[in-house]
Design a protein around this ligand. Structure first.
Ligand SMILES: Cc1cc2nc3c(=O)[nH]c(=O)nc-3n(C[C@H](O)[C@H](O)[C@H](O)COP(=O)(O)OP(=O)(O)OC[C@H]3O[C@@H](n4cnc5c(N)ncnc54)[C@H](O)[C@@H]3O)c2cc1C
Length: 407
């Protein structure tokens, strides 16, 4: 029987795994990559350490496409299969609080073992080859920017989304998918820093605090909260909890809707407990002016900003602080509000929300719009939380599509 000739468009996480699985199953595989080398984004993952999956990977960690679709993909090629796949390639995985990394803590070791396997399987890799369109005849003709043509009977579209275009994914895959009859849900940046034009941010640049970041709408509805280290920058806020809640902010911003981030600097204390803490400080150090009293309680650079927001004079003695003033202080320490005005741009975002809608894709990742076309990874309207979920999505979709396309 003639071999399947599979053309994989995009040499990123999902395309490379698809290539390995398809070639292992006897297909003749060619990977076309627009950058000068494959897997550039893999090298940047997990701050160069590659958080390759998460032991607590559930459909709830993913957003966008329909839940049944997500669940099916994660069931077909789950975390255990992923760990087995990488272990067999030579990676010794290490579990750091649920996040899985290669024990080398080097993303390049993940890319290296993938590359070695592709070489062993004689997968053809053509870099500096940007695909611009696909034509369906009896089989497929793939056209590149430099006027080359490739022929195959199956295509895997693994071009990624629009995030971090310097690493390769420039959104061109969406145009190709559209030309094949697919609907694209408006792509927006996710896992991205948030912007605010609060005047005090200039003074807070570089300040890091631990706090609970809550994303709320204009009616004060809480949409998600995440605890961790929050970094203030001159343009807004960053840090793991901010990236985690950024998807919701991004959706609101792109719909021109108002959204806020409320920071609770004392989430371990109730309002009453924090009030009592202030009472104790004010009575034990009554002689201190309020700004000195707050030293040791919160980051020094936050003190004047917090007190000014309440309208209390910075030089007021602790003993003179009235109950209502103390309550104002408690309120602001528990709910320090920033109006979000935007997100950083695509070059700063780690993941793309939106993309090819899932009800146009079968559970084996074959397109419902055109037979023998498969879609993998971030081009699909599914995005994960921060913590290894997005790579898991890429490995799962890549493995499933590679297997199906090779049959
Ligand atoms: C800085 C950063 C850190 C991250 N860290 C993590 C992490 O630690 N853990 C985690 O789970 N996720 C992480 N992610 C997200 C994760 O890397 C992506 O979700 C995943 O790589 C997506 O895989 P993909 O195959 O869909 O697309 P990509 O990896 O983006 O690969 C797509 C490939 O297709 C190529 N391409 C695009 N268009 C064309 C075309 N027209 N012709 C030819 N080639 C084309 C691109 O050049 C690219 O190489 C991180 C992302 C970034 C940006």
């Amino acid at each position: 029987m003639a071999k399947n000739k599979i053309i994989i468009i995009g040499g990123g996480a999902s395309g490379l795994v698809a290539g390995i699985v398809a070639a292992r199953n006897g297909a003749k595989v060619t990977i076309l990559e627009r950058k000068d080398r494959i897997g550039k984004k893999i090298l940047a993952t997990g701050n160069g350490r590659c958080n390759l999956t998460n032991m607590n990977c559930l459909p709830d960690n993913f957003h966008g496409g329909n839940n049944e679709f997500i669940k099916s993909i994660l069931d077909q090629f789950n975390v255990n299969k992923t760990l087995k796949f990488f272990t067999e390639l030579g990676i010794y995985p290490v579990n750091l609080n649920g996040k899985v990394y290669p024990n080398s803590l080097q993303a390049n070791s993940v890319l290296d073992v993938i590359r070695f396997e592709l070489e062993r399987l004689k997968v053809i890799i053509d870099c500096n080859t940007e695909v611009v369109s696909i034509e369906k005849n009896k089989n497929f003709i793939v056209y590149t920017k430099d006027n080359k043509k490739y022929y195959g009977n199956k295509i895997i579209l693994a071009t990624g989304g629009k995030s971090s275009p310097d690493l390769g994914s420039n959104g061109s895959g969406f145009n190709i998918a559209k030309s094949l009859g697919h609907t694209i849900k408006n792509p927006i940046p996710s896992l991205v820093q948030l912007k605010s034009n609060a005047a005090f941010l200039k003074q807070l640049k570089g300040v890091k605090i631990n706090g609970l970041a809550k994303i709320v709408d204009e009616n004060n509805n809480l949409m998600r909260e995440e605890y961790g280290e929050i970094l203030f920058t001159d343009y807004g806020i960053s840090g793991p909890p901010i990236l985690q809640i950024s998807r919701i902010a991004s959706e609101y911003i792109y719909k021109n809707k108002t959204v806020f981030v409320d920071i609770d600097f004392f989430n371990q204390l109730s309002y009453e407990e924090l009030d009592q803490l202030l009472v104790n400080r004010f009575t034990s150090m009554p002689y201190k002016i309020i700004q000195d009293n707050f030293i040791g309680l919160i980051n020094k650079r936050l003190i004047n900003i917090i007190i000014k927001e309440t309208g209390i004079s910075l030089n007021k003695k602790s003993s003179d602080i009235k109950k209502e003033e103390r309550h104002k202080l408690v309120n602001i320490l528990k709910q320090f509000r920033l109006k979000i005005t935007g997100t950083n741009q695509w070059n700063q975002s780690q993941v793309t929300a939106g993309g090819v809608i899932t009800n146009e894709i079968n559970y084996d990742l074959e397109s419902k719009q055109m037979k023998n076309i498969y879609l993998t990874g971030e081009i699909i309207d599914v995005d994960g939380d921060c913590g290894g979920y997005n790579l898991q999505w890429s490995w799962s979709t890549g493995a499933i599509a590679g297997l199906k396309a090779s049959k």
